[in-house]
Design a protein around this ligand. Structure first.
Ligand code: ADP
Length: 271
């Protein structure tokens, strides 16, 4: 059989990809000589909420950055919604993804960062409507209406004309969450979203996220040190160590009865 007629290597079969929203297939990530992700395989189902825990440097943020296409895989394939993300299909073959293809696939993926990353020169409303208008091509009226309903969801209806510098860190992070939701993503990535906040502002942000986790079918991948929150919202917890999954399971098991010594040590250290 000519090479071009083969199925793509490791292509998920149709039955499996029906439930899988994210699939890592033998994913390797190196920075120079440093092996950060070591042949990582996992899937996340549609609508599933998965928390990544593990010591600093174990590769959690790199996984989110790969999904945001802010980094490229060294080897292996990432699939999102049944389509390759790290690569694109040409006929039956997988070839490295081009920028135009990436722009299209990553419309489905939103990320909220530790440092908010709001546009400082725009109002809250402009921050939220910018991408829906310019990336998704929504009309201004439609984008504004959606933004207002999201501001209501995050409890900031009275702040639409404010600039980010006029808001507390917790309020800025809630705007960043609304901005992410405004793109109607299928996948939402949360990277330590409360780490930069003063302690008294953390609960307000977590409570908004808890509501989103419970009321939407968005697939969520969460990196957090807030173990109580992780326990409440996660369907599954994955414990990382040195670029590999050391242990995974439902939160009651990982937090209540961890099997691996590494997990026990990690949980003891952060409590
Ligand atoms: P975690 O989120 O679990 O703390 P990261 O994914 O941020 O871990 O980092 C994993 C490892 O990859 C760390 O050793 C980090 O120093 C390294 N790393 C991350 N990004 C880069 C980069 N852009 N260049 C070089 N090394 C990096």
């Amino acid at each position: 059989m000519p090479a071009d007629d083969r199925n793509p290597p490791n292509a998920p079969d149709a039955a499996e990809s029906a439930d899988a929203m994210i699939r890592f297939d033998g994913v390797v990530k190196r920075f120079g000589d440093h092996l950060v992700l070591d042949h990582l395989d996992f899937t996340v189902d549609r609508g599933e909420k998965v928390t990544l825990i593990g010591p600093s440097g174990s590769g959690k943020t790199t996984i989110l950055r790969l999904l945001m296409t802010l980094e490229k895989v060294t080897d292996g394939v990432i699939w999102v919604g049944g389509r390759p993300l790290s690569h694109q299909l040409r006929g039956d073959r997988l070839v490295p993804a081009k920028e135009k293809y990436l722009r299209e696939v990553r419309k489905n993926i939103g990320m909220v960062f530790q440092q908010f990353n709001l546009f400082p020169n725009m109002t809250v409303l402009q921050n939220i409507t910018e991408a829906p208008i310019h990336v998704l091509g929504r009309s201004r009226d439609e984008a504004v209406e959606h933004a207002r309903s999201l501001l209501d969801t995050v409890g900031l209806s009275d702040k639409e004309s404010a600039h980010p510098t006029q808001l507390s860190g917790g309020q800025q992070q809630r705007v960043a969450i609304a901005r992410c939701l405004a793109m109607s993503p299928s996948v939402m990535l949360l990277d330590e979203v409360t780490s930069a906040l003063d302690p008294e502002l953390v609960d307000g942000v977590l409570s908004v996220l808890r509501d989103i986790a419970v009321t939407t079918d968005i697939t969520m991948l969460i990196v957090t040190h807030e173990m109580r929150f992780a326990r409440e919202v996660s369907d599954r917890v994955m414990m990382f160590d040195d670029g590999r999954i050391a242990e995974e399971g439902p939160p009651e098991q990982i937090f209540g009865d961890p099997r691996e010594e590494r997990t026990r040590e990690f949980l003891k250290a952060i409590r």
